[in-house]
Design a protein around this ligand. Structure first.
Ligand SMILES: Cc1cn([C@H]2C[C@H](O)[C@@H](COP(=O)(O)OP(=O)(O)O[C@H]3O[C@H](C)C(=O)[C@H](O)[C@H]3O)O2)c(=O)[nH]c1=O
Length: 190
């Protein structure tokens, strides 16, 4: 697998190698040793699977507060998404900045989102299924989020606001400036 470091430190794009033969392909989609060797989050304790029926379904931007903060390893097993990670670590040189990547069943790419980032995606195809590992368990009391359309973030989702399908919860999320956010940038991790 190839591991590509993206413009914001800590967020990486992982491209598993697909070994094709007459039956189809085989790919190793998770290798803890490779993540350890790169000093990346690697200890996942839960895996999630979501199905989004409509194109333009947007889930995010979400994170959990410490002590239940989550790193996430995201991939798509059907359809396609534009996956987005927003740096919410106060003091970070890229605070409020984001990286995004198209993840699809076809390209097999994965995004590794560290703790200290809000995560979300918008679907690019109908019936899109996203499977992702998280480094801490679900904790509703620590579940938080930032409004997908916060102008201070300037995320280009590629979908018109009136075509986005959101949960009521996500529609009501605050902008980053008003969000509960204890994450601090640790220069030592730079
Ligand atoms: C996240 C989660 C949710 N749930 C329950 C809670 C609700 O009854 C239902 C749907 O939850 P929610 O609307 O928060 O699901 P998403 O909008 O897909 O949230 C996820 O979307 C973005 C992309 C993320 O990065 C997070 O992993 C996660 O917040 O599943 C669970 O039982 N366990 C869980 O780990």
């Amino acid at each position: 697998m190839d591991i590509e470091r993206l413009p914001i430190d800590g967020v990486v794009l992982i491209r598993p190698r697909r070994i094709g033969d007459s039956r189809g392909f085989f790919a190793e989609t998770f290798r803890r040793d490779r993540l350890v060797a790169e000093g990346l989050p690697c200890d996942f304790v839960q895996e999630n699977h979501s199905l989004s029926r409509r194109v333009g379904t947007l889930r995010g931007l979400h994170y959990q507060l410490p002590p239940r903060a989550q790193a996430k390893l995201v991939r798509v097993v059907r359809g396609a998404i534009l996956d987005v990670a927003v740096d919410i670590r106060r003091g970070s040189p890229s605070y409020g900045g984001h990286v995004k990547a198209v993840l699809s069943a076809e390209n097999g790419h994965q995004l590794l989102v560290p703790v200290g980032f809000a995560h979300g995606f918008v679907t690019l195809e109908p019936d899109t299924e996203v499977v992702y590992k998280v480094s801490d368990v679900y904790a509703p009391a620590e579940d938080r989020g930032v409004l997908w359309s916060d102008p201070a973030l300037g995320v280009g989702w590629g979908v018109a606001s009136d075509a986005v399908h959101l949960s009521d919860k996500d529609r009501a999320l605050p902008p980053l400036a008003a969000a509960e956010n204890p994450f601090l940038f640790e220069a030592a991790t730079a």
